[in-house]
Design a protein around this ligand. Structure first.
Ligand SMILES: *[C@@H]1O[C@H](CO)[C@@H](O)[C@H](O)[C@H]1NC(C)=O
Ligand SMILES: *[C@@H]1O[C@H](CO)[C@@H](O)[C@H](O)[C@H]1NC(C)=O
Length: 366
């Protein structure tokens, strides 16, 4: 039954990806987030969180663009599923004429908290990404000759995707040598502080005109090669080899995030927030790894040391041969093959353990 459902899903997807292009389902697609969806915004700034070098992009015809994977990211696939002929351009280098059809503001190492990721250098944290969107809205307003009715009409039809938070754990809370947060707060308090900040920032996005907003939860970062390479035996989780302490903290955060989405849908007029549950979706990828074609789920395809996760993929390093068999591309990021599955789930799934209260296909039409 499961196999059949997957086969149907695959068939639908390939027909969508190959059919003659029709108009996109939404006029624009705006993206906010961290390295999971960044497509080059960090290329020109001083940071170690950068991926514009080989072998990043090894399977992408445009090469090493700054995407933190071997090929396409989930938002590249989502842009296709939404009917866009092109990938959404990075804010840092986009042409002004492109602004109506969407921009990607995401920045590797960024988080909800301002200090998050500072250990890696510069980046644009979420509040700055929202400011950049504010600049884009002002630009659109000028294009529409100050007709704010028309501006709001355009913005409310667009799709927004926000995927933040992983770095608030990876490059903050669970990096006690650099950040005091885990001494100052329990995991529960930290989660609710993050959600307080996030709620405020997302309300600004709403106030600027966004209505169809997909919020991506944090995945099981206790299971990424970077954490597996650093794990103490005390932190081992049940059967699967993951850092249970980290996953537990993430679960608390995701539970708050889910409640925030429900509250926004009740309280903000016209808002349609969707919660994308990558944490639960990744269970399916791991439990049914073989049926998805994965044979390696605990090692990066490119990297150094234990689990290829002690040091992440270095410039000119030789990656693994068959990228479609690996769940992880490097110490932190999924392969293109995994990104495609995450994107399909977000777009097509009817299961509330993937998307709540609707999938992104429905959100586009809502
Ligand atoms: C603003 O745009 C709307 C529709 O997009 C149009 O109906 C309206 O006439 C415009 N207002 C002005 C003042 O041009
Ligand atoms: C989800 O439900 C819709 C409408 O009932 C259906 O057309 C679609 O095929 C379903 N998607 C999946 C992945 O089962």
């Amino acid at each position: 039954m499961r196999q059949l459902a997957k086969l149907v899903l695959l068939t639908i997807t390939s027909s969508v990806l190959t059919k003659a292009w029709s108009a996109p389902q939404v006029p624009g697609f705006f993206i906010f987030g961290d390295s999971l969806v960044d497509n080059g915004n960090n290329n020109g700034i001083l940071t170690l969180a950068r991926a514009n070098y080989y072998p990043y992009g090894i399977d992408f015809k445009q090469g090493s663009t700054g995407r933190f994977t071997n090929g396409l990211t989930t938002v590249d696939f989502l842009a296709r599923l939404l009917g866009f002929r092109h990938f959404i351009p990075p804010y840092a280098t986009a042409q002004r004429s492109e602004v109506l059809r969407g921009l990607n503001f995401a920045s590797g190492a960024s988080g909800i908290r301002e200090e998050t990721g500072n250990n890696l250098g510069q980046h644009y944290h979420f509040a700055e990404q929202v400011e950049h969107f504010g600049d884009a809205v002002r630009y659109i307003t000028r294009m529409f000759r100050g007709n704010t009715t028309r501006v709001h009409d355009h913005l409310r039809k667009c799709m927004y995707l926000v995927g933040m938070g992983s770095n608030d754990y990876l490059n903050n809370y669970f990096m006690p040598s650099m950040y005091p947060t885990s001494y100052d707060y329990s995991p529960k308090t930290y989660a609710s502080l993050l959600i307080q900040d996030y709620s405020r920032q997302l309300t600004q996005l709403y106030d600027l005109g966004a209505r169809k907003i997909a919020i991506v939860g944090i995945g099981q970062i206790g299971c990424i090669p970077y954490e597996l390479a650093r794990m103490d035996d005390d932190d081992r989780q049940g059967g699967r080899r993951c850092n249970g302490r980290i996953n537990k903290a993430i679960s608390m955060y995701n539970a708050c995030l889910y409640r925030m989405v429900r509250r926004f849908n009740r309280e903000l007029p016209g808002a349609k927030f969707v919660y994308v549950d990558t944490f639960k979706s990744s269970n399916d990828l791991v439990n049914n790894a073989a049926s998805y074609g994965f044979s390696v789920i605990d090692r990066g395809c490119c990297g150094v040391g234990r689990n290829n996760g002690q040091i992440t993929c270095l410039p000119l390093q030789q990656p693994c041969e068959d990228r479609t068999k690996y769940l992880f591309w490097d110490a932190f990021h999924p392969t293109e093959a995994a990104n495609l599955i995450y994107a399909r789930k977000a777009y097509y799934s009817n299961s509330s353990s993937d998307v709540y209260p609707m999938n992104l296909k429905q959100l586009a039409m809502a």
